[in-house]
Ligand binder design. Sequence first.
Ligand code: NAD
Ligand code: TYD
Length: 349
Amino acid sequence: MQNLLITGGSGFIGSNFIQYILRDSGFQGRVVNVDNLTYAGNPENLTGIEDAFHNQYIFIRSDIRDLGAIRDIFQEFDIDAVCHFAAESHVDRSIMEPDAFIQTNIVGTFNLLECARIHQGQITLFHHVSTDEVFGSLGETGFFTEATAYSPNSPYSASKAASDHLVRAYFKTYGLPVTISNCSNNYGPYQFPEKLIPLMILNALEGKPLPVYGDGKNIRDWLYVKDHCIAIWEIMRHGRKGETYNIGGRNEMENIRIVEMICDNLDQMIPPEDRSSRRELITFVKDRPGHDRRYAIDCTKISNELGWTPVETFETGICKTIQWYLDHTEWVERVKTGEYQNWIKKQYG
Ligand code: NAD
Ligand code: TYD
């Protein structure tokens, strides 16, 4: 991998991944980050990277829905490997406005696959980053394995499922060297505060209501974002082509328990002035339509084949995450006020 195209590198997981491979992994090649900077893309997530790695890092504002633009990037930068994060990623938004999910997640992935196919001789790897949500919902027992049938329930998960199928088809039909990862819910630094954990941290700090959907007993299997990045890098270097790998934290948690933990942690760190506990802010609200009840990942395959296991427990990861949001008040402020978007407009028009 000499010229690695990373799509969506300015988002939550993509920016953590770029920080990881450039700062920690010893990767010597070039990273070409292609991101069109939607509301979820924030150049500030990569502060310092351009300066510290000016020989190794290039940012291009471009849209994966634009086949011509992506074709030019493959050509100009001699792309020989791809790690594809770019997506519309929020389930609630997909329920309100599914169109962008179809265009970016399905058509965008198709465009990238086509470009990779055109340059097939020199593409050594196309890694597709996907989600466990493609498998639908579990009952009280059992786990998602790589053999679990796809059964997506939201426009988001359906669009990701479609993209997974396309990637697999390009392996079977054209022999494109692909790998796919299906990961559970991530949390950690730089997550946009529309997702459960950062939303609850910031609302709790401001004394705002903490909206818990339904009865709060839906279960997700939480993974600290850096553990996800390490897993992706392992798959990219040592995974078998044409294979999918499930990635999970072995951290099944009910939503309500997470919100309570966040409240309790914050109460200890910064005792609230106007109430006995931030738990008083918890407000049960109308459930999300099609809300999957439980996700849980069996990550035996990646563990046995590649020796990967998560480093963080939920307890250590959530403490780090809360501390990160407390330490990055300027980032938080610029995201909340939308100031980061003004900066993007000034910079790129
Ligand atoms: P995110 O929403 O934080 O970031 C997405 C990035 O993609 C943003 O920088 C955005 O600007 C960019 N983007 C969106 N549309 C684009 C387009 N048309 N062209 C170019 N760039 C575009 O998402 P995330 O949470 O970092 O997720 C990254 C990937 O990981 C997604 O594919 C998602 O499905 C997958 N995933 C996420 C989770 C999770 O818990 N967040 C779990 C498993 C898998
Ligand atoms: P989210 O972070 O949106 O991730 P996903 O829907 O991809 O799993 O939501 C995680 C869980 O938290 C999910 O069961 C929905 C729930 N949730 C709430 O209860 N309240 C909220 O305000 C949000 C954003 C999510």
